[in-house]
Write a protein that binds this ligand. Sequence first.
Ligand SMILES: Cc1ncc(COP(=O)(O)O)c(C=O)c1O
Length: 375
Amino acid sequence: MSRVYNFSAGPSCLPEEVLNECAAEMLDYQGTGQSVMEMSHRSKYYEPIIQDAEAMVRKLMNVPENYKVMFLQGGGSTQFAMVAQNLGIKNKKAAYIETGVWAKKAAAEAKKLGVAVDVIASSKDKNYSYIPKVEKVTGDYDYVYICFNNTIMGTHYEYLPDTGNIPLVADISSCVLSEPLDVSKFGLLFAGAQKNLAPAGVTLVIVREDLIPEVEDCLPGTPTMLAYKTHSENDSMYNTPPCYTIYVLGTVLHWIEKNGGAEGMLKRNKEKADYLYNFLDSSDFFRATTEVGSRSLMNVPFLTKYSVAGSTDEAVLAKEKEINAKFVKEAEAAGLINLKGHRLVGGMRASIYNAMSLEGVKALVEFMKKFAAEN
Ligand SMILES: Cc1ncc(COP(=O)(O)O)c(C=O)c1O
């Protein structure tokens, strides 16, 4: 068996130890004679699994007592609506910081639901290659919304805006548990699991209890399933949860704990990201697309010297396209997969989540050196 280095933005690689553990338990989970896939979510076997997953989230993220931890479905995208439906209810007004696709989609969803959206800052002027600085937010906003790590643009906040008493909501889909985070600074955090936590299918939501409205106080027309209260009251068991995904999530969390917890992940991730950015910054063939001070440790978009900013010259664009395709194809042949960039940034993107090893990043850089010499 040979495994590739997978740089996918999500779903992404999982730690091999976790995959082995899940494989070993596939047919007979701890002497129960059944797979976790087959278990009733109300059974005495499954309950400890979801309870352990929640306990591990609380432990590793140091979640304060007055916060609810929930495992929901519908991905990060459903949270764009749920946040508005549950939190945008008093003044029906919210502030959004626009840092790329995912923040824009979240704002659009809130607008669609009748919440007045103020875009209080944006990095659109430079194709979202940096995080705008917002020192202080004031106003009659129900919440302030940020996308903490921008998977497509490769940017990450290195500060938190001071929102005073206004709850700060953050999408941490692509950086959850990649570093320590002070949960108490946020009203609500959410993360689709398919990057740092588990396979696709579950979304982690952490919300301060006093912000959860009664079902009937959500925006008019909010379905029962989209009210946080429905899930918080039922310990994420109102309906059938994504049982197996939550089990894998728990297994991943134990792997994170064994590897030093959030601090350990930060050390590991910084080492990998520094290795890659240092190479990019010293290369005359490749360059990173993001500004220093806003760079993601998780998603690293980069261009080649054939990408000319703002060029509309057809020959230049054709050459750029050709070289990018060549890179992706040859990388794949070398066992380095999913490096194609997002069309909004161009070039390539290496997503180097928790499970990616330093060896994987070194293999990528070696390949890049060879590619640069040959092209
Ligand atoms: C930061 C961020 N938020 C939200 C989403 C959407 O998540 P989902 O596909 O789970 O709806 C993504 C997907 O990649 C993302 O990267």
